[in-house]
Design a protein around this ligand. Structure first.
Ligand code: HXC
Ligand code: NAP
Length: 261
């Protein structure tokens, strides 16, 4: 029970990697909040989280809507007090060549991923525990590896990395640490269903990872927990790949994997 009674807010926490993170903190005694757009997903996530005990609540809100985020942070703090851990992981992605991407499609991903990440951090700031809070943004290796058919995600995630580093500098004095995790391809996620929709593509992706397999949600969640523990108390402003060595292969590994679709 490493996080007993700690308050953990997970933006984009109703499915996939982020829900895995929410589940892992709850299992360690935390009070968990999940937020995403779809009320049914929010209800299902909260029902799942609380099915074996533990405290969780949810909010249906879009990370592009600052006022809605702010209201959910205020409601969290009113019920449970200051936020100890903030996870910002809402994202949208699809595979599309730059020359065919509409301006609105590019903007949509920037707005969800990058502006959304800033909004989440900015809305939470007032309610973060000072000192002691830990912020983790969920980025991706595309943030430093240019990747064909991912120009929108590459740009958005690169922005998230710089938001992470800059906030780490500004908020360090208040005792708030800000880091990012860059997952590699993770099994049983919407992200990989979109990027590797066929068995052949999945095989190519796995072969492009030095460890030879997809990662698991739990492998990301464990690292998220560690980053929020005292063991990591002197770590801030870091973008940490948790990717089985996938990014070591650089852009060419990604390009080959994506072209197998
Ligand atoms: C080209 C597309 C498109 C596609 C949508 N658009 N899908 N363009 N190819 N496949 C365009 C639309 O035509 C529109 O432009 C614009 O994008 C906005 O579309 P909306 O549907 O109105 O947007 P919205 O309802 O806000 O939905 C956002 C979304 C959607 C990103 C398009 O897919 C979504 O909600 N995704 C959330 C779930 C998700 O993506 N999870 C995976 C995250 S994984 P026009 O010009 O027509 O108006 C991830 C992995 C990262 O991030 C790295 C992995 C290694
Ligand atoms: P996912 O299941 O689709 O998770 C995305 C979450 O964000 C969902 O809860 C979704 O719920 C929410 N969301 C999307 N748009 C939102 C918005 N505008 N406002 C509020 N919430 C929103 O995808 P995933 O594959 O697990 O990805 C999770 C995170 O990991 C993302 O940041 C992604 O970029 C990153 N990542 C994933 C992989 C991978 O292998 N899957 C690899 C690297 C990085 P609603 O639809 O209800 O809004």
């Amino acid at each position: 029970m490493k996080f007993r009674d700690k308050v953990v807010f997970v933006a984009g926490g109703t499915s996939g990697i982020n829900l895995g993170i929410a589940e892992s903190f709850l299992a360690e005694g935390a009070r968990v909040v999940v937020l995403s757009r779809n009320q049914d997903k929010v209800d299902a996530a909260v029902a799942g989280l609380t099915s074996e005990g533990g405290e969780a609540m949810g909010f249906a809100a879009d990370v592009r809507d600052f006022d809605a985020l702010s209201a959910s942070m205020a409601a969290t703090a009113a019920r449970w007090g200051a936020i100890d851990v903030l996870i910002s992981g809402a994202a949208g992605n699809f595979v599309a060549p730059a020359a065919e991407l509409s301006a609105n499609a590019f903007k949509t991903v920037i707005d969800i991923d990058l502006l959304g990440c800033f909004n989440v951090m900015r809305a939470a700031h007032e309610y973060l525990r000072k000192p002691g809070a830990s912020v983790i943004n969920i980025t991706a290796p595309q943030s430093w590896l240019p990747t064909p058919m991912q120009i929108h995600a590459c740009a958005a995630k690169a922005g998230i990395d710089q938001v992470t580093r800059t906030a780490a500098m500004e908020w360090g004095g208040a005792g708030i640490r800000v880091n990012a995790i860059a997952p590699g391809p993770i099994e049983d996620t919407e992200g990989m269903r979109r990027l590797a929709p066929t068995a052949a593509a999945e095989k190519a992706w796995k072969e492009s990872v030095p460890l030879g397999r997809y990662g698991t949600r739990n492998e990301i969640a464990r690292v998220a927990q560690w980053l929020c523990c005292d063991e990591a108390a002197y770590i801030t402003g870091v973008v940490l790949p948790v990717d089985g060595g996938w990014s070591l292969g650089g852009s060419s590994a990604m390009t080959m994997a994506l072209s197998a679709r």
